[in-house]
Design a protein around this ligand. Structure first.
Ligand code: HEM
Length: 437
């Protein structure tokens, strides 16, 4: 008898739940659905096998993104009762990134690490944090870092030769490059495992202790924190934002670009020739003006970001029913999965060779599709300019000394086996070789 009552109660709860969400189901029914092997739990089935989770998520990102392209730019899928739409249509994507600023709360796990730092914070907290950090990224301040960055890139190039990695076959570049980018953002020489101490130290630094020993972004944040009423916890959270948003993203892009240069030696030679032409004297130290002239290198980095964006998806949540520019209507409480990876490979917008590596597609007179590896709109990446400068300087320091070697690609479409570990990263930890020029 109790079991029957329990069953009836459950059925009534389910009916009431469905009734309350009637509008959501009505609108969702108009959107094509991604095929799922097990219907009821939806995309949750891909999270069961924790060991292969990063690989499975990457596959979902690719598969759903491509399916959205086939279906005209928008599809839906369910994760249990939660409605997701995957979006690739350029106009709809730009609209969402500019107007819908709430992050999806499936990012709660990341938020437990970074707290209310700008990158994942609810909109009302983010507005203040963004205002606080913007001055640290003014072109004037970024330019003033050029000399420090040049020294650090030289140090990276020398490190490879000091550690006997030049002319001795292939090695995994990831750990060297990621410690370099950590150093560039924080200007610290501490190892990652000591980062907690670094973060705690920043709180003491607010009081002026050891202030002169720290420079770069951290330095600027501390200076800013003196004029604005920012607490130790907030300062700590923002430091974590820079760690989270600025270091591995730049390292992944740098490594992807090196790997692509190894795969395509003719592109690498063009990059080398441009550097030699701009610098004239091969031993001369690079300047910020030289950097502006490295246009081909800039196109190579953009093409690397198009094909292998470190953030292959962006997540947003819409709280109210919203009509998209394409005319489709999304119900309130939809989680949006913006397919950056797929939008960068959409043949409708990038041409039939969308999967191929062709830096010249970024020549100024050629039309391009949606290129948003740094997002766009008010919550876009605050470090875009810094990232470009940092990546171009590091590649210049390496290419002028060394030939990057490795497995050459047979066709124009590069292959890289990647997983999604918060960002999209190659599974081989970026195995490359270096030869002296
Ligand atoms: C190639 C390198 C980089 C890539 C691809 C990248 C990508 C992104 C993307 C896609 C977002 C937006 C996330 C979203 O909309 O959900 C973002 C946000 C952010 N990035 Fe970057 N980023 C890079 C480098 C950097 C660097 C070097 C810094 C700082 C030194 C930085 C600091 C930030 C911050 C603070 C945010 C949060 C902005 C906000 O919400 O107001 N990023 N980044």
């Amino acid at each position: 008898m109790i079991a029957v009552l329990l069953f009836v109660a459950l059925v009534l709860c389910y009916i009431s739940f469905r009734c309350k969400r009637r509008r959501l189901y009505e609108l969702a029914a108009l959107i094509p659905e991604a095929p799922m092997p097990i219907p009821f739990i939806g995309a949750l089935q891909y999270t069961i096998n924790l060991k292969d989770l990063p690989y499975n998520i990457m596959n979902i990102i690719k598969r759903f993104g491509m399916f959205a392209i086939e279906q005209g730019g928008l599809i839906k899928f369910w994760a249990g009762p939660v409605l997701f739409v995957a979006m690739t249509d350029p106009t709809d994507v730009e609209f969402v990134l500019r107007k819908c600023l709430d992050k999806s709360n499936i990012m709660w796990l990341l938020q437990t690490v970074t707290g209310n730092s700008g990158i994942f914070a609810p909109v009302h907290i983010w507005v203040r944090r963004r205002k606080l950090t913007v001055p640290a990224f003014s072109p004037k301040i970024i330019n003033s870092y050029t000399d420090i960055l040049i020294q650090k890139c030289e140090k990276l190039a020398q490190r490879f030769s000091k550690e006997n990695l030049v002319g001795t076959g292939t090695f995994k570049a990831w750990s060297y490059v990621s410690s370099h980018t950590l150093d560039t953002v924080f200007d610290y020489t501490k190892k990652k495992k000591e980062l907690e101490d670094v973060v705690d130290e920043t709180s003491n630094l607010q009081n002026g202790e050891n202030y002169k020993t720290v420079r770069c972004f951290l330095d600027n944040l501390i200076v800013l924190s003196r004029t604005d009423d920012i607490t130790d916890i907030e300062l700590r959270e923002e430091v974590l934002t820079f760690l989270f948003g600025g270091t591995d993203t730049t390292a992944v892009t740098l490594c992807n670009t090196l790997k692509l240069l190894a795969k395509y030696p003719t592109v690498q030679e063009k990059v080398y020739e441009e550097i030699m032409q701009v610098l004239g004297d091969p031993t001369r130290t690079i300047t910020k003006d030289d950097l502006q002239q490295l246009k081909y290198l800039e196109r190579v980095v953009k093409e690397s970001l198009r094909l292998f964006p470190p953030a292959p998806i962006l997540l947003r949540k819409i709280c109210e029913e919203t009509e998209l520019p394409s005319g489709k209507i999304l119900p309130a409480d939809t989680h949006i999965f913006i397919g950056i990876w797929a939008a960068g490979r959409d043949p409708k917008h990038w041409g039939p060779d969308a999967d191929c590596f062709d830096p010249d597609r970024f020549l100024p007179d050629r039309p391009t599709g949606l290129f948003v590896p740094f997002s766009c709109g008010p919550r876009n990446c605050i470090g875009t300019q810094f990232a470009f400068m940092s990546i171009k300087l590091a590649i210049t320091a390496l290419i002028r000394r060394y030939k990057i070697t490795g497995e050459e690609e047979k066709g124009p479409a590069p292959h890289m086996d990647c997983s999604f570990n918060i960002m999209m990263k190659a599974n081989d930890d970026y195995e490359i070789g270096l030869e002296v020029r």
